[in-house]
Ligand binder design. Structure first.
Ligand code: TXA
Ligand code: MG
Length: 342
C-alpha cells in the first residue's frame, strides 16, 4: 500500500519532527497565509532537486526563498544601499505578508533555486506555523505544494490528495487566509514591475515608494520574466469557461452537467431562477467581497473538480485590488491546454 503523508497538527513536537526532517534534506508541506508550500532547506541541493521531482516542475521555473525577517533577506541579495532602502520601506509596511521581491542574488543561492537567473525571489511569510519552522530551520525554498500546472492548495487535504504519496509530512495550519499566491515584484529591472498580481497591488506599492510601478501585464507570460507564469496554469482537470455578466455569454450549447459558479450568493439568487439545475449552482462568497472570493476560489475549484461535471462555468469579479489576481488565476485556469508554453 502507498504510504501517505502524515497530516500533523502544529504542536511543539510535530514542529520539531518536521524541522528534523527538513534538516535531514526532506521536503515537507507547510501552511503559508497565501497557499500551502512544499519546503526544503536551501543549503543543500538534494531537497531542492526533490522539490522539482515531487511537483514534476520544469527546471527552468525558479523557486521562491522564504526567510524570517529583513536581515535574513539582506544576507541573500547583492544590491546597493539605495535599493536596499526601498526594499526596507516596502518590507516595513507589507512584511511579513504576501509580497515577494525579485532581486539580484548572492552566489550562495543555488542555481537550482534561481534556474540559472542572476536574481532570486524572496518573501517573508506571515503564517505563524511557517514562521516557527523558519526560526529553527533557516531559509526555505517553497513553491506551491501542488503538481506543476494544477490548482494551488489552500488546505492540508488538497496537498494530501495531490502529492501526499510523495512526501512524509504536511503541517496543518488550517485554511490559508489569502488564498492566492503572493504578489511578485521585480526590483531587479530599471522599471519596477509586478510579475504576478496578488493581494498587494501595484498601486499599494506605488503609494509607499512614491514611484511608478509597472502593473502586471500579460506579455510577461511570454517574455519569461517569471518563467512559471505560463498562459495555462492553476487548471482543474474539468474544462473551465469564464463569464462576466450572465452565463448566457458562453456561446456553446451548455449541457445539463455543468457547474456554475457565481461571484456571490446574491448574484446566484438573482440569476439562478432562470437556470434549471439549482444543485449545480455555487458561489465564491456571500456578497462579492473580493478577499472572500480569493480565500475560497481554489478550494471551490478543487472541490468541483472531484465531482464529475462536464464543465465548470465561472463568473469573474471586477478587476480591482485583489480582483486583478483573481482574474489572472481564473484566466490561466481556463486557458486551453494547447496554449501551454511548454
Ligand atoms: O504565495 C506564494 O508565493 C507561494 C507560497 C508557497 O509562498 N509560492 C508560490 O511559489 O507561489 P511558486 O513556485 O508556485 O511560484 C513562484 C513564481 C513562479 O512563477 C516563478 O517563475 C517565479 O515565482 N519566480 C521565482 N523566482 C523568480 C525570479 N528570480 N525571477 C522571476 N520570477 C521568479
Ligand atoms: Mg505555483
Amino acid at each position: 500500500m502507498v504510504k501517505l503523508a502524515e497530516i500533523l497538527n502544529p504542536t511543539e513536537d510535530a514542529i520539531g519532527q518536521v524541522v528534523d526532517a527538513l534538516l535531514l534534506g526532506e521536503v515537507v508541506a507547510l501552511p503559508t497565509e497565501t497557499v500551502y508550500g512544499l519546503a526544503g532547506i536551501i543549503s543543500n541541493d538534494t531537497p531542492l532537486e526533490k522539490i522539482f521531482e515531487v511537483k514534476e516542475r520544469p527546471l527552468f521555473d525558479p523557486l521562491i526563498v522564504h526567510v524570517l525577517d529583513f536581515p535574513s533577506l539582506r544576507d541573500l541579495v547583492d544590491i546597493d544601499s539605495t535599493l536596499l532602502d526601498k526594499v526596507w520601506r516596502l518590507a516595513d509596511i507589507f512584511c511579513p505578508g504576501p509580497l515577494t521581491f525579485v532581486l539580484r542574488k548572492k552566489k550562495i543561492i543555488s542555481h537550482i533555486i534561481s534556474a540559472g537567473k542572476k536574481t532570486v525571489a524572496i518573501r517573508i511569510p506571515a503564517h505563524p506555523v511557517f514562521r516557527e519552522v523558519l526560526r529553527r530551520s533557516g531559509p526555505l525554498a517553497a513553491p506551491s505544494a501542488n503538481p506543476f500546472g494544477y490548482v494551488s492548495p489552500t488546505c492540508a487535504e488538497h496537498v494530501q490528495a495531490s502529492i501526499g504519496d510523495k512526501i512524509p509530512y504536511i503541517l496543518d495550519g488550517g485554511p490559508c487566509e489569502v488564498g492566492v499566491e503572493s504578489t511578485i515584484l521585480d526590483l531587479s529591472r530599471k522599471h519596477f514591475t509586478v510579475l504576478r498580481p496578488g493581494a498587494i497591488t501595484a498601486e499599494m506599492i506605488e503609494n509607499v515608494l512614491g514611484e511608478k510601478i509597472e502593473p502586471y501585464h500579460s506579455f510577461i507570460t511570454t517574455d519569461f520574466s517569471a518563467p512559471g507564469m505560463l498562459k495555462q496554469h492553476y487548471s482543474p482537470q474539468t474544462k473551465l469557461r469564464l463569464f462576466k455578466q450572465s452565463v448566457k455569454e458562453i456561446s456553446e450549447s451548455i449541457s445539463q452537467n455543468i457547474a456554475i459558479i457565481y461571484v456571490s450568493r446574491k448574484e446566484a439568487q438573482l440569476q439562478s431562477n432562470k437556470l434549471e439545475k439549482e444543485k449545480n449552482i455555487f458561489w465564491f462568497s456571500e456578497d462579492g467581497d473580493l478577499s472572500e472570493i480569493a480565500h475560497n476560489m481554489f478550494a471551490l475549484l478543487q472541490r468541483l473538480d472531484k465531482i464529475n461535471f462536464d464543465m465548470i462555468c465561472s463568473q469573474v469579479p471586477e478587476k480591482v485590488g485583489i480582483g486583478i489576481a483573481i482574474n489572472d488565476r481564473l484566466g490561466r485556469a481556463a486557458a486551453k491546454r494547447k496554449d501551454m508554453g511548454r
